[in-house]
Ligand binder design. Structure first.
Ligand code: ATP
Length: 382
């Protein structure tokens, strides 16, 4: 059974509070951090024993497929944005494969130089290059019988791609500076956040190696398309960090919950984890996490850069709203002017943009930048 709603419970409590204007009492729903149950034998955890949250139907499907695929020896290519959980999926594949009792080794192809990458993969003989004081077996030899996880494989230099292809086809590896080919038996799981097919098309990645790696590809959706997982993930990270530093688990304010759902999470779960850990250390013990505990400016900038990168129209619209005469602070007044204009135009974005003297796309980018809710499109009456 995959990690499911059953063991990712979010406890909700309701409490009565005076409204901000003091005129009435309102019910406030707070979600408190769940107590993470001990991992059951079949639950998904990372190799470090951290709990993995998988709630979104698309994610459940991918992890189920990964487990099915794990049983065969087919090579698997994992696609998805940075921080979306490719390494965790690679671990799942290894753990559910017949190679589970052998090692799984990871190599980040973007993190080291070409020559080091080659000697890490293939090993080297003594004296084969300056600094090679000892002979060293490479990853492919060391992991024999197990799984090699090549992360960011799209960054692998073409010359090394050719050598690796040879190794895969011959199932033999020769150390750098050596002559003796050694038998190897490894399964490749590779990952990239690039469009590898496009890299092949532009000649930056070898087509033959791409087909070797891409026995089957699994694509992880970005976190912004996994809305049901955002809050449980935040709560899980908060709970974990609170435990580590001996704090009471905090709760989330309704504004924070809304903000977390609106943010596009360009850094995906890694970004969310950092944000949760930071929020916990800046808020008081057992306090509710409010917007003040979040790096709002940083989030807005990241959201804006993301919107620009994913919408060429936005990147072309360089116009800014001209500041009105006598403005106190440009950031605050611009945000306020947008809110006012939208209110006056009953949420009609085109009219509000006209009123502000900017294009509709600029208005949308400002809404994202200032973390303002986008008004829903109205239906025309026939
Ligand atoms: N479903 C999940 N539940 C809990 N934690 C997760 C989940 N997915 C990812 N994480 C955590 O988020 C962080 C990033 O995940 P991971 O390293 O697997 O992403 P990635 O896609 O391989 O990133 P990159 O492309 O940058 O290498 C890790 O700390 C990981 O433990």
């Amino acid at each position: 059974m995959l990690t499911s709603r059953a063991n990712v419970s979010v406890e909700a409590t309701e409490s009565a509070r005076e409204s901000p204007d003091g005129n009435h009492v309102e019910l406030v729903r707070e979600q408190s951090v769940r107590v993470i149950a001990g991992a059951d034998a079949d639950a998904d955890t990372t190799d470090r024993g951290d709990e993995v949250v998988i709630l979104e139907p698309s994610m459940i499907q991918i992890h189920q497929l990964a487990r099915r695929v794990a049983a065969s020896d087919i090579s698997v290519l994992l696609l998805g944005e940075t921080g979306s959980g490719k390494e965790i999926l690679a671990e799942t594949i290894h753990r559910h494969s017949a190679r589970r009792d052998k090692p799984m080794l990871r190599l980040n192809c973007a993190a080291i130089s070409e020559s080091l990458l080659e000697s890490e993969l293939f090993g080297h003989e003594k004296g084969s290059f300056s600094g090679a004081a000892q002979a060293k077996s490479g990853l492919l030899e060391m992991v024999n019988g197990g799984t090699v996880f090549l992360d960011e494989v799209g960054e692998m230099p073409l010359s090394l791609q050719a050598k690796l292809l040879r190794v895969i086809e011959d199932r033999k590896v020769t150390r750098v500076g050596g002559l003796k080919p050694r038998d190897i038996n490894v399964r490749f799981v590779t990952a990239t956040n690039r469009n590898l097919a496009a890299e092949v098309a532009r000649g930056a990645f070898r087509a033959d190696l791409y087909y070797r790696f891409n026995g089957i590809s699994l694509e992880l959706p970005p976190l912004r398309e996994r809305l049901s997982e955002i809050e449980p993930l935040v709560l899980m990270f908060l709970n974990r960090t609170a435990k580590q530093i001996g704090r009471k688990p905090p709760t989330l304010s309704p504004e924070v919950r809304a903000m977390l759902r609106r943010h596009p999470w360009p850094g995906n779960i890694r970004e969310l984890r950092n944000l949760a850990e930071r929020a916990l250390v800046v808020c008081g013990d057992g306090e509710m996490i409010t917007v003040e505990h979040l790096p709002v400016g940083e989030m807005a900038r990241a959201a804006c850069a993301f919107a620009r990168a994913s919408d060429p129209l936005l990147s072309m619209s360089a116009s800014t709203i001209p500041p009105p005469l006598g403005d106190a602070g440009p950031g605050r007044s611009e945000r306020q002017r947008i809110t006012d204009a939208l209110q006056q135009c009953a949420g009609n974005q085109s009219s509000a943009a006209k009123m502000l003297g900017i294009s509709r796309t600029t208005l949308v980018s400002r809404l994202i930048e200032y973390n303002l809710p986008r008004p829903r499109a109205r239906r025309r009456k026939d």
